[in-house]
Design a protein around this ligand. Structure first.
Ligand SMILES: CC(C)(COP(=O)(O)OP(=O)(O)OC[C@H]1O[C@@H](n2cnc3c(N)ncnc32)[C@H](O)[C@@H]1OP(=O)(O)O)[C@@H](O)C(=O)NCCC(=O)NCCS
Length: 196
């Protein structure tokens, strides 16, 4: 919840809404975590470890172990009820320190792949009109604008841009001899058409 609140400052989901999302049988949520050992927070001599690194909700409750642990770099979610043929990208967030390294694109690719597995033909999403980075990401993945919802994001009064993607079929091709070159490999004799 900390990353959710830090990312979506004025329109973060409440914890119970997030919990419902994660528990929904129609949903599919992914987290990106850092495998490196978590840094030990610096404390003054004699101090207990800082609760900010060990609680889900800092709203005054007792410190509880955080899950996933401190290495959470991002998350993204899809809603795709079985048989509907349609799905929604519900959310995506990457921690500020991990942005610009391809994680967001990787999470989106994984959601689109999962949508395809669920036989989703059309994927929808809403994005703040002032979020140029997310809009560029979605456009590069093939999402196209289909509408505007005026003042949708409150309390900021920012418009929502509605976007749609026709989920592309997975493309697989037989490996051609040219694939060797693309992979930087030397062709084998048989590939080069020489005597067997
Ligand atoms: C949107 C977000 C998820 C992108 O995650 P990310 O890991 O930084 O994105 P990537 O590194 O995979 O970059 C994907 C694309 O985003 C766009 N992008 C990323 N950083 C950008 C920047 N600083 N300026 C412009 N475009 C940028 C580019 O189109 C980029 O593709 P490219 O690398 O081929 O040019 C991330 O910025 C984020 O969490 N933002 C806050 C939450 C948010 O806005 N969520 C979307 C709500 S609808």
């Amino acid at each position: 919840m900390r990353l959710e609140r830090e990312t979506f400052v004025t329109d973060a989901w409440p914890e119970d809404a997030m919990r419902r999302e994660l528990e929904s049988p129609h949903g599919y949520y992914l987290v990106a975590v850092d495998d490196a050992p978590a840094p030990v927070p610096e404390t003054e001599e004699g101090d207990a470890p800082d609760a900010a690194g060990a609680t889900i909700d800092g709203a005054g409750g007792a410190a509880a172990p955080e899950y996933p642990p401190v290495g959470l770099l991002g998350y993204a979610g899809l809603l795709a009820p079985a048989g509907s043929g349609q799905g929604d990208i519900q959310t995506i967030a990457v921690a500020p320190a991990a942005r610009g390294m391809g994680l967001g694109r990787g999470l989106m690719h994984a959601l689109i792949t999962q949508a395809r597995r669920r036989h989703v033909a059309e994927l929808f999403l809403e994005v703040r009109a002032d979020n140029a980075i997310a809009r560029a990401l979605y456009a590069s993945l093939g999402f196209r604008q289909i509408g505007v919802r005026r003042g949708y994001y409150q309390p900021d009064g920012v418009d929502a841009i509605t976007m749609r993607l026709e989920v592309p079929a997975a493309v697989t091709r037989p490996a051609a001899s040219g694939a060797h070159a693309a992979l930087g490999m030397q062709p084998r004799r048989a590939d080069a058409g020489e005597a067997r």
